[in-house]
Write a protein that binds this ligand. Structure first.
Ligand code: SF4
Ligand code: SF4
Length: 96
């Protein structure tokens, strides 16, 4: 039987994280209720950005960040402060 290429969800299941307690991304959430389109909600591949309708507020978790940098560039209100995690922390793709 020919080798089957792994699906993306199978590859992502092999990604490892060494989570730093110091956040490498922070968001000035007070800007978010007035944000046009809130592009972070659909652009983040890790789904780290969600919207809490009850509180009308952004919910953001930096854990699980793939370090793709997308949110850094798409935020129209420049509300995101972004850096790579400190050395030794963050995502490791070598398991997939
Ligand atoms: S794109 Fe920026 S301003 Fe808009 S909701 Fe996301 S973090 Fe907030
Ligand atoms: S860098 Fe990429 S994976 Fe990390 S929070 Fe931003 S969009 Fe999501």
């Amino acid at each position: 039987m020919a080798d089957r290429k792994p699906r993306i969800d199978e590859k992502l299941a092999r990604v490892a994280f060494n989570i730093d307690r110091e956040a490498h991304i922070t968001v000035a959430k007070e800007s978010c209720p007035g944000c046009p389109g809130r592009p972070c909600l659909s652009a983040c591949p890790a789904e780290n950005y969600t919207w809490n309708d009850e509180n009308d507020a952004l919910v953001f978790n930096y854990e699980g960040c793939m370090e793709c940098g997308t949110c850094r560039f798409i935020c129209p209100l420049d509300a995101i402060s972004w850096s790579y995690p400190r050395g030794g922390f963050g995502v490791a793709y070598r398991w997939g």
